[in-house]
Design a protein around this ligand. Structure first.
Ligand SMILES: [Zn+2]
Length: 72
């Protein structure tokens, strides 16, 4: 085996490893963000949303709550 074959083999392994890391790493980082739901919504008007926890509903003025607490 000459050195070019070794480099091709190592390159292939590195590429597969990178793809696996990219796929699973990306999935792992997106999931907690979606599960935590850094989005706040009005209990009366769930379509009024904001990522600011101190924001008020623009329709009724109620304090927005975590979207986890708003009925789905
Ligand atoms: Zn409202």
């Amino acid at each position: 085996m000459d050195t070019s074959q070794i480099f091709v083999t190592l390159g292939g392994v590195a590429l597969i490893s990178f793809n696996l890391w990219f796929f699973f790493g990306k999935k792992a980082t997106i999931k907690p963000v979606a599960a935590k739901g850094a989005l706040y919504a009005c209990p009366m008007h769930p379509w009024i949303t904001s990522d600011d926890p101190t924001a008020d509903c623009s329709i009724c003025g109620m304090k927005l709550v975590s979207s986890d607490e708003v009925g789905k």
